[in-house]
Design a protein around this ligand. Sequence first.
Ligand SMILES: [Zn+2]
Length: 494
Amino acid sequence: MPAQTSSIQSFFQPEVPSSHKSHRRPSSKTDTNDGFTSSEVEAASHPSLHRWQPRTTYNEVDIGSLVPGPGCVALMGRVANFYDQVLNSKSPQAAKGCLKIIVKDDTGAFAVKLWYAKVDYKLRLGHLVSIWAPHISNAESSSLILQDASLVTSIFPERDNSCYFMVQENSDEGVLCKTPLGYRDGKQLDGLITLKNYIDGGYEVPGAKVLICVKSIGGRKTFSTKKGVQTEKVDVNISDDTADATLTLWSRTAASASYWKPSYTILLMTNPSFKGDRRPTLSLNQATQVDVDPCMDDAYWLRGYAQRLTKRDHVNEPFPDGVFDIEGISEAEVKVLFTLAAIDEFARAAPPAANSPAEQFTGYLSLTILELNIYTLYQRSQLFSTECCGVPLYANTTATKCKQCEADIALRINPRLVGLLLDESGALNPGKLIWSPTAWTQLLGRSAEDLAKAAENVVLIKYLENRLLFLRVAVLFGWSSEVGRLCVLGVTII
Ligand SMILES: [Zn+2]
């Protein structure tokens, strides 16, 4: 067994033949046995990364005003692209690798070569970062062919006290450095084309930009490359109002997708790679820049568009909390009975939610249950449903794991449980109502948890369906332009 290294040895690297050096490398896991804690050892061996204080004055500058040459500058920007170049140096003092990062603010972009030995910089696309650097150079044209990013700084904060790199994880309010380069308020961004135009040949145009919304996020897959290096990838379904495609993120950029929200996160991609043999697939190359949730009118429009689509398509929209005063309504003295035809008329006449206060009305409906799907859904394991990562989830239990993000997800009763509902003026399409948990309990005579328990007994499920079929029910409903769908607040079986 190799000798356990002590902190003193690790601090003063002994001069040994290079073939033995690997045994002497300090390991963070080993107990040092000399009275120093591992964090003290860490602080001693990497003084530059602990409570770093600038020792001189750094000029705070915008990226657009950087000039090549010596001079201490401090700047902020967002990670627009990065990749990791792992080095196989045996020397313990040498860098283990270099992160090549494209950082951009509202004025320009430049490249940062961030060398590292022990520090694991957990970067993702869109991260707000601060950089202190003593020198800026012109990029070597061979290694960094980057549009709008012809300057580079090379820093190694673990070894050089005059530079520093910090991810602004907690102080990021999502506002700074989010304007796309060249964007002027209200004007179309140069080179911006639709996803359809991009797929149909626009990818050949240098500087082409596409603005897309994240639709759903696949699971992260880990695998080994031909060289035996562990890497990972993630497929993200993306779309705009003209086409759908896949965005594949490889290796370290794959982690970025975990922070994106389906039907919400917008990406502005400049110069992505394109492959169209099967499904159109975009990926990042060295010349790609990604703006995550950029501040621009087209991005707001696309997010609104995506949100409207999901609202319409959501398999089980949650009951809107705080929109209806259920107690006040059910205790009101005047109870208005509506017909389905009347509700339809009211809903169409109500103004859109955009700039006027939300319109809402409530009342009662007298409906007959013409169809129930309790047994069918039970057989398909779909008694409960919801969505996560943009993907519908079904089960006969009230909780399940999302296969994409592996989070534990609570499920709600599937609104398709109740099929056709009818009154003398019309019928309601199945699955389009949003039921409150109370209304479900009143209809089924049991809570969602008890329905899940009943699902262990097929006789109970069949009984429930037979008991409710063709019943007449008084439904306390609410409609609000904010929600845009009919909500069931309460049910009384007549
Ligand atoms: Zn998920």
